[in-house]
Design a protein around this ligand. Sequence first.
Ligand SMILES: [Zn+2]
Length: 79
Amino acid sequence: MGKKFRTIKVYCQKCDTILYEYHKDKPGHLLKCYQDRIKEDYTNGDLRCPNCGEEFAREAVIHAKPANKIIQNKVYIKG
Ligand SMILES: [Zn+2]
């Protein structure tokens, strides 16, 4: 409760297409996206870039919450 999140934008490393707007709680690399913190989802929900089809994450359960585990070097963030 009362946690401050900043909103970041997550892009495909390969083709610069926006994938998510995400509420991130800690600074640093993006390792995972908790599904309930994805504010806007620009993908088709299949963990692939909607433009180039590159797979950028895998479904996982982290701290008992559904999350998308980011595959290294497939995305970059801004914000
Ligand atoms: Zn792409």
